[in-house]
Design a binder for this molecule. Structure first.
Ligand SMILES: [Zn+2]
Length: 351
């Protein structure tokens, strides 16, 4: 059986700085450059990313040259990588936690990307695994990089972002801590709990750097908010809209996918059988009763509409598959009712 494609096209995403005003003088930030424009392949399909850089437009501001990146854009993929961070993290998880070989990991990833018409090479798997191991060493590298620390001080400080990526349905989460101004990964750790104490421990090496912190960006996860508030009580904390909308909608989205599957399972077979029957009857009467055959053909078209509606899909965060199916089926129903009314009216006129 042919599997329906989930995302036959790339999703476009434009990412802007989560901060809208200058952290030094409060002036509204202005877009000054496109930092990157590139395709990224994620486990949810390909994305065409446009990453916009923002700056304080006031030339008198001491931080007028500071570039505000989008934490959400940097969370999608490492610089220079086409495969997303979710794939890097999954490769790391499969190799280290599940003890899969490169070949097994390759096969699993191929299967995950196949519905999107995407492929990944075996060589790429090794490359992504290297990226993962580099990532989890980030904490030590940042602590030893005194030149970079000097640059951070000269720029006024760090803007910290935190986000978690779950490699599978289990309770493991890889948290990445990043500096939004440079995109540099400050810490990355695989943890099994996401409570405030765990997040504080994860952030401890960043605190130990003893660099000024200008602000923080994260989704609305309570433990993240509490940990940031406890460690840096004075800094402005910006919530990342896309991330918290996606997280907020995830449980409903998953339920919805299950519901759509159920609807399809119940209706698909009877509709197909009905349509076959209508087509057979229409063919049999084409010569003897052409009018009736035509009516049967119309009904068969309706059955086809129902079949098509059952294959409609959703997209996170807010396009739900079962709502799309319901809309399409309601259209079919309204049209059928109209047909029926007209039929009764015409029949009435005749008698
Ligand atoms: Zn400013």
């Amino acid at each position: 059986m042919r599997r329906p494609k989930v995302f036959p096209y790339s999703t476009k995403r434009i990412c802007r700085s989560e901060f809208t005003t200058c952290l030094s003088c409060g002036t509204r930030l202005r877009r000054y450059a496109t930092l990157s424009e590139r395709p990224i392949i994620t486990l949810s399909g390909p994305i065409r990313l446009t990453h916009c850089g923002y700056r304080c437009p006031d030339p008198a501001c001491p931080s007028a040259t500071r570039s505000y990146r989008s934490a959400a854009a940097d969370a999608l993929a490492l610089p220079g990588f086409t495969f997303g961070l979710d794939i890097v993290v999954l490769v790391g998880h499969l190799r280290l936690a599940q003890h899969h070989t490169v070949d097994q990991t390759h096969q699993l990833l191929q299967a995950r990307l196949e519905p999107f018409d995407q492929t990944i090479s075996r060589r790429e798997i090794s490359y992504l695994f290297e990226a993962y191991t580099t990532l989890v060493r980030a904490t030590h590298e940042v602590a030893d990089d005194t030149i970079w620390q000097e640059q951070v001080r000269a720029r006024g400080g760090l803007i910290i972002s935190i986000d978690g990526i779950q490699p599978d349905k289990g309770n493991e989460t890889v948290y990445l801590v990043r500096d939004v101004l440079t995109g540099r990964v400050l810490a990355a750790e695989n943890v099994r709990a996401s409570d405030t104490e765990t997040i504080k421990r994860l952030l401890a090496p960043v605190v130990a750097l003893d660099l000024p912190v200008l602000g923080a960006v994260s989704d609305a996860q309570e433990s993240l908010c509490q940990a940031i508030a406890a460690l840096w009580p004075e800094v402005p904390h910006q919530l990342c809209q896309f991330h918290y909308l996606r997280e907020a909608s995830r449980p409903i989205y998953e339920l919805d996918r299950g519901l759509r599957k159920q609807i399809r399972k119940q209706i698909q077979q009877p509709v197909r059988a009905t349509r076959d029957q209508l087509e057979r009857q229409a063919a049999a009467r084409a010569q003897t009763e052409p009018e009736e055959a035509e009516q049967l053909a119309v009904l068969s078209d309706y059955a086809l509409s129902v079949q098509t509606a059952l294959n409609l899909d959703g997209q996170q965060p807010f396009k739900y598959a079962s709502l799309a199916v319901d809309d399409a089926l309601s259209d079919v129903k309204a049209s059928l009712e109209q047909l029926e009314k007209r039929g009764v009216h015409e029949a009435g006129a005749v008698s």
